[in-house]
Write a protein of this length. Sequence first.
Length: 173
Amino acid sequence: MPERMNYKDYTLKAKANSLMKIEIILKKLGATFLGVDNQKDTYFNTSNGKLKLRRGTIENLITHYERTQEKGLEKTAVYRYDVNPTEEEVSLLFQNHAVIGIVEKERKIYFLDTIKIHLDTTAENKLYVEIEAFDQTGMISNETLLRQCLDLKEKLEISDDDLIRTGYLPEKN
């Protein structure tokens, strides 16, 4: 098993009926809009978690992570997080791992303090919201991150019925 990085988060993803309604609430809360990222996520076969190559207009990365359910949210363990990978690193991914799926989406990225919010429209025109309360410093407790995620869920009026597990590419069986 790969070694975990000094990164932790609580994440939730949910179906959305209207991204505009969520954007209005985010603006009222004082969230900062980072921009629109057109992303293509390629997922690779791995023995544990998910291994993903993201190619976007803002974010480009290779990440290997695993999510576990905790109190209705997902807690993330990150093993690899390489921003702006080289063509050689990308090539090695394709040489060493089989592709298991591709997800294309337009992502609006917002920040509210240490919380990252994604408003996604997939290529199939499905709408999603993602809340990611994270810490890369080791200074924020798990309880605080959990509370931040749940508080924003409530403020954005996200129903438990709309929550989805594991993101847009289902977990391997």
